[in-house]
Write a protein that binds this ligand. Structure first.
Ligand code: AMP
Ligand code: ZN
Length: 113
C-alpha cells in the first residue's frame, strides 16, 4: 500500500516534523493555506474519518489534545484557529491517511469553500 503519510512516519519521505510520540506525528503542510498550517496524524493508518472505529476513540481524542498543544505553542489558541478533517472526494480529501489540519494566524472565513 502506497501512503505518503505512512512514508513520512517511517522517515522514508522528508517532512518538517514539529512533534512526534508513539501515537501521533505533527508536521507542516507542504502547501500552507495560513501562517500556521500543520497536520496532526495518527501513526495508525486509518484512511478516512468514516473508517474510525470504537477502538480508535481514545486515539482520536488524543489527536485533538495534540492539536490544542500545537495551537497553544503557536500562540493562536486565544485568537482562534480552525481544525479541519476532510472526508472523501467531495470534501476535498486528497491523502487517504486520516489527518487533522490546524489552521491559524489569520482571519478564517465562513462558510468554507
Ligand atoms: P486533504 O486535502 O485534506 O487530504 O489534505 C492533504 C494535505 O496534505 C494538503 O493540505 C497537502 O498540501 C498536504 N500534503 C500533501 N503531501 C504532503 C507532504 N509530502 N508533506 C506535507 N504535507 C503534504
Ligand atoms: Zn498511511
Amino acid at each position: 500500500m502506497d501512503c505518503i503519510f505512512c512514508d513520512i512516519i517511517k522517515k522514508k519521505r522528508p517532512a518538517k516534523i514539529i512533534y512526534e510520540d508513539e501515537l501521533v506525528i505533527v508536521f507542516e503542510d507542504i502547501n500552507p493555506q495560513a501562517p500556521v498550517h500543520v497536520l496532526v496524524i495518527p501513526k495508525k493508518h486509518i484512511p478516512t474519518s468514516i473508517d474510525i472505529k470504537e477502538e480508535d476513540n481514545a486515539l482520536i481524542g488524543y489527536l485533538f489534545q495534540i492539536a490544542n498543544k500545537v495551537a497553544i505553542d503557536n500562540g493562536i489558541s486565544g485568537r482562534g484557529f480552525r481544525l479541519v478533517m476532510n472526508c472523501n472526494r467531495e470534501a476535498g480529501q486528497t491523502i487517504f491517511h486520516l489527518h487533522l489540519h490546524v489552521f491559524g494566524g489569520r482571519i478564517m472565513h465562513w462558510p468554507p469553500g
